[in-house]
Design a protein around this ligand. Structure first.
Ligand code: FAD
Ligand code: UDP
Length: 362
């Protein structure tokens, strides 16, 4: 007899499992995949390099409680992510900052004068209704075309004007020389990897784990009181209102006989090639090896559901499922797939902490 059946061994499910187990609840956590960790799963490849099997994951948060909670299960490499964008044949800092502008235009702006540049090129009076407006209002048409339009079309197969403004709002515009991708207070990579961290979170006598199992195959055979579901909400309801669209990715990993392949963790390619970005894992870990592994990401419409697609019609369809879910007294839908939400790791952990510690589940 389990008090909780948790569907999904990603960070949402694992966080709930741990916190419920510590409250004395007996938990069964299931995943249809063959491993724990969900999309943060990492592993050593045949060359001994630690890779992120579902694409690059850098932990960053301003929530101290989330950082402190995860820090119970891992030490951190204090990695700060840096990204360059390849535009017009040059690699320049991304997010756009003073140096990006100076390198592109051969100008000499500093922190006192860059404001006048953005004021001139940006369209600050523009009403910001979508992901295109969000960028143009801050940096104007030319930088929008160079850095955002092509990347967004590759990633989403949509024009930025057809996506919610939150998509491009993730990327700031900097009036300084900070060249980090994120500016959150707490940033890092788990010292032994995400999978080890998840394994420690699940190492509790009240937690049982079942892998390679779709919850629908065991749901009726297991005795449980409540379910926490972090799989796709439309799947839970057998797509009764139709399928929620997701964007997927194809990852192409290659290993090279060189110490480093590129100067920073990630290089974005907004306009060249078919992939969106190349990430080199050794930058995250500073692992010593005379080989290095990179991953190229190609966005696709078919495959594992990685990204909910943030646009109005999809939000409306999700609301239909959400209303159904709210009618169920003993089921809670959480996480990136359960709430159809373009959420980073820290948000799914915070939501799970709030659910269990906020008393919303008994
Ligand atoms: P998931 O990790 O997707 O876990 C859900 C689990 O449910 C999966 O393991 C799935 O197999 C299982 N499942 C689904 N259906 C069923 C079923 N029917 N029965 C049983 N099990 C089922 N966030 C950051 O903060 N920083 C980053 O740098 C970052 N980079 C990212 C890069 C990529 C390419 C992607 C796709 C995401 C990135 N994220 C990043 C977001 C991060 O991956 C998510 O926030 C987080 O992993 C979501 O956790 P989750 O538990 O909600 O979902
Ligand atoms: N984006 C862009 N150019 C870039 C980086 C990001 O146009 O060089 C846009 C694009 O629409 C992308 C979104 O901003 O999907 C969010 O970028 P982020 O790096 O946060 O994407 P994720 O890591 O979630 O794939």
């Amino acid at each position: 007899m389990f008090e909780y059946l948790i569907v999904g061994c990603g960070l949402s499910g694992v966080t709930c499992a741990r916190l419920l187990a510590e409250k004395g609840k007996r938990v069964l956590i299931v995943d249809r995949r063959s491993h724990i960790g969900g999309n943060v799963f990492d592993s050593y490849n045949e060359h001994g390099i630690l890779i992120h099997n579902y694409g690059p994951h850098i932990f960053h948060t301003n929530y101290k409680e989330v950082w402190d909670f995860l820090s119970r299960f891992t030490e951190w490499i204090y990695y700060q992510h840096r990204v360059l964008a390849f535009v017009n044949g040059k690699t320049v800092p991304m997010p756009i900052n003073i140096d990006t502008v100076n390198m592109l235009y051969g100008t000499g702006y500093d922190s006192h004068t860059i404001g006048s540049f953005f004021a001139r090129v940006g369209d600050s009076g523009r009403e910001v209704a979508n992901a295109e407006d969000m960028v143009i209002s801050k940096v104007g048409h030319e930088l929008y075309e160079l850095f955002f339009r092509g990347y967004t079309i590759k990633q989403w197969d949509l024009e930025p004007k057809d996506l919610d403004k939150e998509v491009t709002a993730r990327i700031p515009v900097r009036h300084n020389r900070d060249d980090r991708y994120f500016s959150d207070r707490y940033q890092g990579i788990p010292a032994q990897g995400y999978t080890k961290m998840a394994a420690k979170m699940l190492a509790h006598s009240n937690i049982s784990i079942l892998l390679n199992t779709d919850f629908k195959d065991i749901q009726d055979e297991i005795n449980y009181s409540e379910m926490i579901f972090s799989g796709p909400i439309d799947y839970y309801f057998n797509y009764k209102y139709g399928r929620l669209p997701y964007r997927s990715l194809r990852f192409e990993f290659t290993t090279h006989n060189m110490e480093y392949y590129q100067p920073v963790g990630t290089v974005n390619y907004p306009n060249d090639y078919d992939f969106t970005r190349i990430t080199e894992f050794k930058h995250f870990t500073s692992q010593k090896s005379d080989k290095t592994t990179i991953v190229k990401e190609y966005a696709t419409s078919e495959g594992e559901p990685y990204y909910p697609i943030p646009k109005k019609e999809n939000r409306e369809l999700y609301q239909l499922y959400r209303q159904e879910a709210e009618k169920l007294e003993n089921v809670r839908c959480i996480g990136r797939l359960g709430q159809y939400k373009y959420a980073n790791m820290d948000i799914v952990v915070k939501d799970a902490m709030d659910l269990v510690m906020g008393g919303d589940v008994s």
